[in-house]
Design a protein. Structure first.
Lengths: 103, 629
């Protein structure tokens, strides 16, 4: 039962996840969803590292993923804190209403 | 004695410095003392040095005194050196002596003016500049004086600056002479590039070695120098500033625009005689310009009614005679006429100024009339000056100075019959307008109330000048009677003899014809303005005569011609270019920058999702490029 998933498929999955994330960041107006989309992008990148590490039998990919994980954790905590503050001040989660520039 | 030479120009400079720095706080008496005193002292020193020069001529033929080196760059080493040779002695004498008399006169003439010190400061600066001009031993120093007199002429024409008309006249004089000055500056550059020196003695010495007779280069240099002389001396075609320059006070007209500055061109050409001898075309041009000018200005003088403008046109005309003489190679005759002209023309201007002052600033001589008995001193001195101007035979100095020019106009090698005919016609016209001026001013009925009479401060210089206007002629008598050539003998070390060429009638016939021309002119004026005034009325009815009168009155339309040729196009162009065409490029650049900035500022929307989109697009484009290439 040693079925291996071909790395191309996993890479495709990672790419799909990444595109989904980007689409989320661009399309969504709610900041929380945008933050989630960024998380998806980060995870897709992590997945790509893992599969690459597996393909060439190198531990670097997994090390990289741990870094990404740690960074994502920090990012999420800061991001959530910022979102909380924004919501307190503006009573809104709509990114388009939050812009203050008139360009 | 001779080492006092430097004091001659420095004294007026000192006067100028004191008056311009402390003039406001000085009393009128001390201003007059300083202003008149400085020039009078110069005149005194000039006379002493001149007498010394005559009694004991220096071995070298000149006295020179170096004060200091002005600039020193390699070989170029112009020094502040004053050089007194017979030619410059004549000029220095005229400038300081007549200058001193005019300063004395001005002390009386200007006494009611609020800018008393400014007047004397400018006059002193003028005398200084003019002395530098004639005493300079190199062309650079000469040019300094040349520009200095131009500046003072501008300052003094516009002396009564409250009237905008005077300021206009001053600017006109400055700009017109500037045209000539520019040509002269180019001449100096050319001289320096060919001779590697601006030392006058060097140039005169080297010129015959460097150039053949009639070389193009030397001709161009001579023509450019001539252009400089034309501008300063108000000759055709730069003559029309002088009549307008009469806007200045009368002593200024007498000193600058009759006796000295306007003859700077004559001095320059006489000084550079070797160059002109090497360029026959240029010398011929000098003669032609002189002949044309004397005639044109003469006709214009006949039609003026402002007494000072009559004198201005006659000045142009008399300088035309000097140019004619220079062009014929009759160098000493030109300088002699310069000296005599300085005496009688200064006298006429000062007398005219006294009349104008007495008649409450009335310039129109047809409103004067009947002054013969009311102002006897002015009348007699004016009459003597006029006789000299009209070249009344035998008794007036003007006859002795003008007659040789008429004689050389044909008999000299470069002369011909046309020059003589023009000069003779000019003599006839001169007599006519002079006589007209005298008759209209002094005879007939009185038309304007007389104010206070001029004081002795003003009349004494007139008497002295009148004395010289008669006596000065006797130092140079024609060849056929007397043959007394004191003046030309004195000048011959620096100026060559005239070369005689054409066989003509004996000299006495020329003198007879010149006398007849003078008497003819006087007779015509007498008929028209005294005996038969109806003749003038009849003349006025013919349209041709009035048209001609208008044409001459406006100075042959030169003002209008220049207005159409230069002033109008210039103002038109400057009107078009009001917004500065060159500037359009730069304002265009700034316009495009602003537009681009507005365009790009739309991208700075603050909309995070657009930024993300931008990032993505950028990444895709870069990746595509990476993959494709």
């Amino acid at each position: 039962m040693n079925t291996t998933i071909p790395p191309e498929t996993v890479m495709l999955l990672a790419a799909l996840l990444f595109v989904l994330g980007i689409a989320g960041v661009i399309i969504r107006k709610n900041i929380i969803f945008m933050l989630l989309s960024v998380e998806i992008m980060l995870n897709s990148a992590g997945l790509a590292f893992i599969i690459a590490g597996a393909k060439w039998a190198q531990p670097d990919g997994q090390i990289m993923f741990i870094f990404i994980l740690a960074m994502a954790a920090a990012e999420v905590s800061i991001g959530l804190a910022l979102i909380l503050q924004i919501y307190h001040q503006h009573k809104s989660m709509d990114i388009d209403r939050l812009k203050e520039m008139n360009g | 004695m001779n080492n006092l030479l430097w004091l001659i120009p420095v004294l007026p400079l000192l006067g100028f410095l004191i008056l311009s720095l402390a003039g406001k706080s000085l009393s009128k008496t001390s201003i007059a003392l300083i202003g008149v005193g400085s020039v009078s002292l110069s005149a005194l020193i000039t006379i002493l040095i001149g007498l010394n020069f005559l009694n004991d001529p220096p071995a070298a033929g000149f006295i020179s005194q170096t004060l200091y080196t002005w600039i020193e760059i390699g070989n170029f080493k112009p020094e502040i050196t004053f050089l007194l040779d017979p030619l410059s002695l004549v000029f220095v004498f005229v400038i300081t002596f007549i200058g001193a008399l005019i300063h004395v006169y001005s002390a009386g003439f200007m006494k009611g003016d609020k800018d008393y010190s400014r007047f004397f400061a400018s006059m002193n600066l003028f005398v200084f500049s003019m002395l530098v001009l004639v005493l300079a031993d190199n062309l650079l120093l000469l040019y300094l004086g040349w520009e200095g007199v131009g500046l003072c002429s501008y300052l003094l024409i516009g002396f009564w600056y409250e009237n905008p008309q005077n300021g206009y006249a001053a600017r006109k004089a400055f700009i017109m002479t500037r045209i000539g000055d520019t040509a002269m500056a180019i001449a100096l550059f050319m001289i320096f590039s060919w001779f590697a020196s601006l030392q006058i003695s060097d140039i005169l010495l080297k010129a015959p070695q460097l150039f053949q007779q009639g070389d193009t280069t030397i001709t161009i240099i001579a023509l450019l120098l001539l252009a400089g002389g034309i501008g300063k001396s108000a000759q055709l075609p730069l003559q029309n500033w002088l009549p307008d320059a009469m806007a200045g006070p009368s002593p200024v007209s007498a000193l600058i625009h009759a006796a000295t500055m306007v003859t700077a061109g004559v001095y320059l050409i006489a000084r550079m005689n070797v160059i002109f001898e090497l360029a026959p075309i240029a010398q011929m041009t000098v003669a032609i310009i002189g002949a044309a000018t004397l005639l044109i200005a003469g006709f214009s003088a006949c039609t003026q009614y402002d007494i000072k403008r009559v004198l201005a046109y006659s000045t142009i005309s008399q300088i035309g005679y000097m140019f004619l003489a220079l062009g014929l190679g009759a160098w000493t005759a030109a300088i002699f006429h310069f000296m005599i002209h300085a005496f009688f023309k200064a006298l006429l201007f000062l007398a005219a100024g006294a009349i104008i002052e007495t008649l409450h600033h009335e310039h129109n001589m047809f409103k004067m009339g009947g002054l013969k008995n009311k102002m006897p001193v002015i009348f007699w001195t004016f009459l003597i000056g006029s006789a000299s101007l009209a070249a009344l035979p035998l008794i007036s100095a003007g006859f002795y100075s003008k007659d040789p020019i008429l004689w050389y106009a044909w008999s000299a090698e470069k002369g011909n019959m046309i020059f003589w005919a023009i000069a003779l016609l000019g003599a006839f016209i001169t007599a006519a307008y002079t006589c007209r001026m005298v008759i209209v001013t002094f005879w007939g009925s009185s038309k304007t109330e007389i104010g206070h009479m001029p004081g002795s401060l003003m009349t004494t210089p007139l008497l002295v000048l009148a004395f010289f206007s008669v006596v000065a002629g006797f130092i140079e008598l024609p060849h056929n009677f007397g043959h007394f050539t004191l003046f030309s003998d004195f000048l011959h070390p620096v100026l060559p003899e005239v070369t005689m060429g054409n066989e003509t009638w004996p000299e006495w016939i020329f003198q007879l014809m010149a006398s007849l021309a003078t008497f003819g002119g006087i007779y015509i004026s007498y008929q028209l303005y005294s005996k038969n005034p109806a003749l003038i009325l009849r003349l006025k009815q013919s349209s041709l005569a009035t048209a001609l009168y208008q044409f001459w009155f406006l100075g042959w339309g030169f003002d209008r011609l220049y207005d159409i040729l230069f002033v109008k196009p210039l103002t038109y162009l400057s009107n078009i270019n009001k917004n500065d065409i060159v500037d359009q490029i730069y304002s265009g650049i700034s316009f495009i920058s602003i537009k681009l900035y507005r365009l790009l500022s739309y991208t700075q929307s603050g909309s995070l999702r657009w930024y993300a989109m931008g990032l993505l697009l950028g990444a895709i484009i870069i990746l595509t490029i990476q993959i494709v290439t």
